[in-house]
Ligand binder design. Structure first.
Ligand SMILES: Nc1ncnc2c1ncn2[C@@H]1O[C@H](COP(=O)(O)OP(=O)(O)OP(=O)(O)O)[C@@H](O)[C@H]1O
Ligand SMILES: [Mg+2]
Length: 472
């Protein structure tokens, strides 16, 4: 009898798994940054079945190292301060326990996830929706640059999780539009950025709206000293996780090219012709330089988008959305998109302007090599940057090599089999037709991308995963 029971319950177990609509398997090589796990399974954490369904349908098979460390502790309700490398799955490390704890039967706001930028808020809320897809959970994203009234309307319905940037969330809390008195989970992603002087007073005021008994979870790849005073003041015996035995990603090879300022564009042109670019992000140190460079790149005949904080939000959103979907190969931007942005198809990061500090450098180059995949970071170094290059190398304990005449393709191109058969091989960073070099579209769009882009559709290597993330 008991045998029959066991059999039928195990059939039942298999049934729900067989009915999942799983994305195509990602067969690319992965580094130890994500493979060096203890061997846990998501099922080991006794999560709700609906949550497990969302996890598996997002393409996650097993927890990454930071997820193994974070999920079981977060489920106990303890405060956490967690540090793990870029692209190793911190988002799901806090979203999975946050979703598990939500009581969907209650109309109350139960969790706040704060992030420093609007684009990251959009991305993070999408991850919540993807993983929580079968849970009947209402997630709301709220950021500056959008209509406050729309947010107020939206809050008249039940919302369980708020994902937002600090200023707008505080605004809504001050107006009593969001009631955090029943919210037990306070999460800060990119916590060190949120605890920089510009944000700290807002964060402290926001915490004041939360009940005394709340769980505070902090995540980042970088935790400078500023975090300590917050920890001492607002966290109760936090469980500290630090998976950074080294700081840089094993899969990202770093090079520099020594150039004069006026040679930079020429150098970039050479890089475009030599590198196997699937998608690239090119960082500049000011909004002016972003726009100037985007124009130069277009003049050279390559398609590119650009984004920076002085653009209208709906233009920023459109660029972000379309770049994620692979409508353009290159994105020029400021440090607005340095932290947290997860675009799996980006395999090349170029620091057209070298960043000023080690944290910014680390986060920028971490936009490639997501989830243990391979990538290349190239730094254009002028005479003035020399000492900074040395300083950042020392601080990060890493080696930035002079760029070799020929770059080994195996360094940034993953298993070609993983490319969608309908897509051309990577590395075809073909110049656009010079005659079509018009400047149509809103700011952020250089040239007529739809017509002139190197190819239509996405460049994404594991399309299924990707399209779920963007909610398409
Ligand atoms: N367990 C998993 N299995 C497979 N893929 C995963 C898993 N966890 C996360 N990923 C994927 O890994 C990528 C990187 O995850 P995520 O953005 O959370 O990294 P992160 O640690 O927050 O990086 P950053 O420090 O840059 O913000 C995402 O595309 C995500 O979907
Ligand atoms: Mg992140």
């Amino acid at each position: 009898m008991s045998e029959v029971k066991t059999k039928s319950s195990s059939n039942n177990q298999q049934d729900w798994k067989n009915q999942l609509s799983l994305p195509a398997k990602d067969t690319r090589v992965q580094t130890e940054d994500v493979t060096a796990t203890k061997g846990n399974e998501f099922e080991d954490y006794y999560l709700k079945r609906e949550l497990l369904m969302g996890i598996f349908e997002a393409g996650f098979e097993k927890p990454s190292p930071i997820q193994e460390e974070s999920i079981p502790i977060a489920l106990t309700g303890r405060d956490i301060l967690a540090r793990a490398k870029n692209g190793t799955g911190k988002t799901a490390a806090f979203i999975i326990p946050a979703l598990e704890k939500i009581n969907t039967g209650s109309p109350d706001v139960q969790c706040l996830i704060l992030v420093p930028t609007r684009e990251l808020a959009l991305q993070t809320s999408q991850v919540c929706k993807t993983i929580g897809k079968h849970m009947n959970i209402n997630v709301m994203v709220t950021t500056g640059g959008t209509n406050l009234k729309d947010d107020i309307m939206r809050l008249s319905e039940n919302v369980h999780i708020i994902v937002g940037t600090p200023g707008r969330v505080l605004d809504l809390a001050n107006k009593n539009v969001i009631n955090f008195s029943k919210a037990e989970t306070f999460i800060m992603d990119e916590a060190d950025k949120l605890l920089s002087p510009e944000f700290t007073p807002v964060i402290e005021q926001l915490l004041g709206f939360f009940p005394k008994k709340r769980q505070v979870l902090l995540y980042s790849a970088t935790f400078p000293l500023v975090v300590k005073s917050f920890k001492d003041k607002h966290m109760v015996k936090p469980y500290e996780i630090n998976l950074m035995d080294e700081l840089t990603l094993k899969g990202v090879t770093q090079y520099y090219a020594y150039v004069e300022e006026k040679q930079k564009v020429h150098c970039l042109n050479t890089l475009f012709s030599k590198l196997q670019i699937n998608q690239s992000i090119i960082f500049c140190n000011s909004t002016n330089r972003v726009e100037l460079l985007a124009r130069k790149i277009t003049e050279l005949g390559y398609s590119c988008f650009y984004s920076h904080a002085r653009m209208l939000q709906h233009h920023r959103n459109r660029v972000f959305h379309d770049f994620r979907n692979g409508s353009c190969r290159n994105l020029v931007c400021s440090d607005l998109l340095t932290r947290g942005i997860d675009i799996q198809a980006v395999n090349v990061v170029i620091n057209f302007d070298f960043p000023r500090n080690a944290e910014t450098y680390l986060h920028r180059i971490g936009r490639s090599g997501r989830f243990g995949h391979l990538g290349i970071a190239i730094n254009l170094i002028t005479n003035e940057d020399r000492f900074n290059l040395y300083k950042i190398e020392q601080e990060l304990g890493t080696e930035i090599l002079p760029i070799p005449p020929v770059i080994d393709k195996r360094l940034n191109i993953n298993d070609h089999n993983s490319y969608n058969k309908n897509q051309p091989p990577p590395g075809l960073n073909r110049p656009r037709n010079q005659n079509n070099n018009t400047n149509e579209g809103p700011p952020g769009y250089h040239g007529n991308q739809r017509r002139n882009n190197q190819r239509q559709g996405g460049y994404n290597q594991n399309g299924e995963n990707y399209s779920q993330q963007t909610g398409k």
